[in-house]
Design a protein around this ligand. Structure first.
Ligand SMILES: [Zn+2]
Length: 301
């Protein structure tokens, strides 16, 4: 804690005074702008937890918006350029980073052994699978990268960031043990999902993801793909097909009806979506809902 030592960046006098009066808690980081911009929800959540309440961390992609192939608005560009730090996922998840002037960037997926994009025809554009936040073990590595980025940017609070990151890593490890135990003994080996977001989770916990569309959630699957998915579902006697909160479940519903299965949500945690199953939840709440639904779909003991 460096509550008595406002951080090095200049604040307007009024803001500085308000800050000195209002907060004895943390490094007076709240000005009229975000201190840190993260590109989308999971990074914003993890970064906010590591940074602590004294820092404002905002998301470029707003709640309810699908982050794949997001187009920046002029306000986004301003916010990103004004922030002291930009947190990105990397692995080509953000195709727009060339359009901003922010030089202080931390890549959350740095150092993680990325899988190849499961969709062969998308590999020219997106060679690797970016969805590492859906594996609670890889999410711990992301937290350490974010901690490093914050500590480099706001060195006066490095001790806080470490303590917060340690707690968050403990919580993620707890989530990992829940997934391990919950998915240890399942009768069905496959999860049919809308988009190919769950390869890291599937690899970690020993099931096979079969995605109806590729890495882009709203790609329209071919008749051939739909037939293959239905054949797999029938072969394995699948009773649950997974849809996701941000995408109209038309194709999922059709496949479920054709094979006599029900549908459950399996969220890629790419956003918290008002009016859906993720509303009011945070990363951990959505992940635990995912675990419950996976246990039902995979018929786990
Ligand atoms: Zn995705």
């Amino acid at each position: 804690m460096t509550g008595q030592a406002p951080s090095a960046r200049p604040l307007p006098m009024a803001a500085l005074a308000a800050c000195l009066i209002a907060t004895a808690l943390a490094g007076c980081a709240t000005g009229d702008r975000p201190d840190v911009m993260a590109t989308f929800y999971p990074l914003q959540y993890l970064t906010q937890r590591v940074a602590g309440d004294g820092y404002t961390v905002e998301s470029v992609v707003e709640p309810g918006t699908e982050p794949h192939e997001y187009q920046l608005t002029p306000t986004d560009v301003q916010n990103v350029n004004k922030a002291k730090l930009l947190v990105i996922q990397g692995a080509n998840f953000e195709g727009w980073t060339d359009n901003v002037d922010q030089k202080n960037v931390v890549t959350a997926s740095r150092g993680i052994a990325l899988l190849e994009n499961p969709e062969e025809e998308e590999r020219d554009e997106v060679p690797q699978d970016p969805h590492t936040w859906l594996d609670p073990v890889f999410a711990q590595a992301m937290v350490r990268n974010i901690q490093q980025g914050l500590a480099n940017t706001f060195p006066e609070d490095a001790g806080n960031f470490k303590a917060n990151a340690d707690r968050l890593v403990e919580d993620l490890q707890q989530l990992h043990t829940e997934f391990e135990a919950g998915l240890a003994d399942c009768r069905k080996p496959i999860a049919i999902t809308n988009h190919a977001a769950f390869a890291y989770m599937a690899e970690r916990y020993g099931f096979t993801m079969i995605a109806i569309s590729g890495l882009a959630p709203d790609a329209e699957p071919s008749a051939q793909t739909i037939k293959e998915v239905q054949d797999k579902a029938k072969e394995h006697g699948v009773k649950v097909i997974f849809f996701e909160d941000l995408v109209e479940p038309r194709v999922v519903n059709m496949i479920a009806e054709n094979v006599g299965a029900q549908t459950r949500v399996l969220s890629p945690v790419e956003a918290i979506v008002p009016g859906t199953a993720t509303e009011g939840k945070d990363y951990f709440g959505v992940m635990r809902m995912n675990l419950e639904n996976l246990r039902e779909g995979l018929e786990c003991a």
